[in-house]
Design a protein around this ligand. Structure first.
Ligand code: ADE
Length: 243
């Protein structure tokens, strides 16, 4: 898969692309990432990319002609074009999985007061990473790219993301490592006894419980099997007793 990122701030991507799992994925050619400077598509000698807004007001607006030129120069019929924007649909793991199956995506990083609205004619989707406003779309583009890259084949070791929060539809169960006893706070016995069936049940129960307590909205669309239905009943009873 190839991910192209169109930005005015290429340098922001250097540490992201040169660290840890993302760096290794690129070196091993499991994904290709190209960061492209929007300014190179400017038509004037001062490399301006923005102009004042029609109707007045503060700030500058990125020009549609320049963005269209940048898009046209970097896409083929296979490319999915995304624009990061707080006005977009909220990004989630389902969208990450969907995008991870694309052959090529181009992420345009929003900036300043925004883009000329007509840019949307050349974009497939606007994506927001959450209900808050960033100074620019670069961090959003990194979030999107990161979540897609880790889903590419062989980037993580086998089975690493099957239990991810959201991948299963549930939040992830708690994990522990040594020391067994930290300041009197011990690791649950079930994890130490080596009974794999008991460990599986414990983890499923804890996943259901943390999801029920923190993100009950995720359970609305969750397909429960019989074991999970019974566990949820137990969790509900225990929660009532404890409150
Ligand atoms: N640009 C500014 N805020 C953003 C957000 N929440 N998501 C995506 N792009 C943005």
């Amino acid at each position: 898969m190839k991910i192209k990122i169109l930005t005015l701030f290429k340098e922001m991507f250097i540490p992201f692309l040169e660290t840890s799992i993302i760096k290794r994925a690129i070196l091993n050619r499991l994904v290709e990432v190209e960061v492209i400077d929007l300014r190179q598509y400017s038509f004037d000698k001062h490399h301006h990319v923005d102009d004042t807004p029609y109707g007045g007001g503060k700030g500058m607006v990125i020009k549609v002609d320049i963005v269209k030129e940048a898009i046209d120069s970097n896409i083929s019929s296979k490319t999915k074009v995304l624009l990061t924007s707080p006005r977009g649909k909220t990004y989630d793991q389902k969208k990450a999985i969907e995008l991870s199956n694309e052959e090529e995506i181009l992420i345009i990083c929003g900036h300043y007061e925004g883009f000329d609205e007509r840019v949307l004619n050349y974009v497939d989707e606007e994506i927001s990473i959450g209900d808050y406003v960033l100074t620019g779309g670069e961090l959003a583009a990194m979030v999107i790219a990161d979540s897609i890259i880790r889903l590419q084949k062989n980037v993580l070791s086998e089975g690493s993301y099957e239990d991810d929060s959201f991948q299963t539809g549930l939040l992830e169960y708690p994990q522990f490592t040594r020391p067994y006893d930290f300041l009197g706070n011990k690791v649950p016995d079930v994890l130490v006894n080596g009974n794999h069936e008991e460990i599986r049940k414990y983890r499923l129960y804890e996943s259901l419980k943390i999801t029920y307590l923190r993100r009950p909205d995720l359970l609305l669309n969750y397909k429960f099997n019989d074991e999970e239905k019974k566990m949820l009943e137990r969790i509900k009873k225990e929660t009532l007793q404890n409150n």
